[in-house]
Write a protein that binds this ligand. Sequence first.
Ligand code: NAD
Ligand code: MG
Length: 391
Amino acid sequence: MRNVAVLGATGSIGGSTLDVIARHPEQFRATVLTAHRRVDTLVDLCVRHRPELAIIADPARESELAHGLAAAGVRCEVASGPAALVGAAASALCDTVVAAIVGGAGLESTLAAARAGKRLLLANKESIVMAGPLLLEAMAAGGGTLIPVDSEHNALFQCLPGGRPGLARNGVRRLILTASGGPFRGLTRADLASVTPDQACKHPNWVMGRKISVDSATLMNKGLEVIEAHHLFAAPAEAIEVMVHPQSLIHSMVEYVDGSVLAQLGNPDMRTAIAHALAWPDRIESGVSPLDLARSAALQFEAPDTVTFRCLALAFQALRAGGDAPAVLSAANEVAVEAFLAGTLAFLSIADVVETVLAELPAQAVVDIPTLLERDQLAREAAGRVLRNAC
Ligand code: NAD
Ligand code: MG
């Protein structure tokens, strides 16, 4: 029996994780559930999954959560605040941590799980983008296992021999990350000038949280994933290629030196990657319908348009700059996406904000977490200034 902490239980990945867990009550138990502010949703999840501990990140809502759980007849521990998230990720209540908080807010709990030697199911890509080498060091020190949940990285993990890092050692030439192209694939900059948050969040193939949906529309999501792949698989930027594949049936590919290309396919439903990561090295049923290739659309591939979707080029630029440039990129992007979702920034200006902040804060070596968090804060402040000047 594995005891699973689902950090970000009220989100899209959190919900898919709980769906898979509920299909295998003899193998998995959700012992910790966390949410940011949505008390009612968290209470509902606690009624269904009966965890040992429920955490609301916003401390002002702890008593509301306690009352809600009592009224629903759920007896479990209640806690709140970022420190409680960190404590739970490292606690004996779980052996497995699903890191499914969105954004930099997930960094410290992800690191805590790594240091504590947990089996870490990583969805929170921003934490590895921000702190790649430090997160991997923490994993090594803790002695746990990191299994990628992001569908592309999960696909690569499945297509690499034994999931071991080190490309040349395994005869790997390239990692090919597939991208759907998002809802705005094929549009021009003129078309994109006035797109709305709701249009950006209408992803053609995946149902996801709003931040990652906007990132998919700008292609920043693919940029973050390139950086994630670089860290997870020790792949240099030159060995990572992005290929737009609008059907989202191939989730990524590994090309070997002998010309073999291995791909992982499946319907676009995150429960496949989550079930794989939960059960690895075994396999469990996920609830995802089987892929019907005879009835599926023809598979298409095209190069990404990095002139229109500049965020992908900016992410490659940050990866090549090294040091904390990816952390600066990710922080600036979070601020810009929030402003876009709030209706105060134009879609195309997201890339402008990120570019300006990257230029303002040239890359520095990543030394430790406190320094990294300071730089994250500086990048957020710089992005805030750019936004104010733009308005
Ligand atoms: P979401 O917005 O649906 O859910 C985010 C979760 O994080 C919620 O439970 C929310 O309560 C919690 N949260 C938000 N801010 C918080 C804070 N400050 N403190 C504590 N908790 C906070 O997002 P999602 O789509 O589930 O994505 C989660 C992560 O997984 C992201 O990093 C995303 O990039 C990654 N991911 C998502 C998908 C997907 O299909 N949704 C696929 C691959 C990777
Ligand atoms: Mg992905």
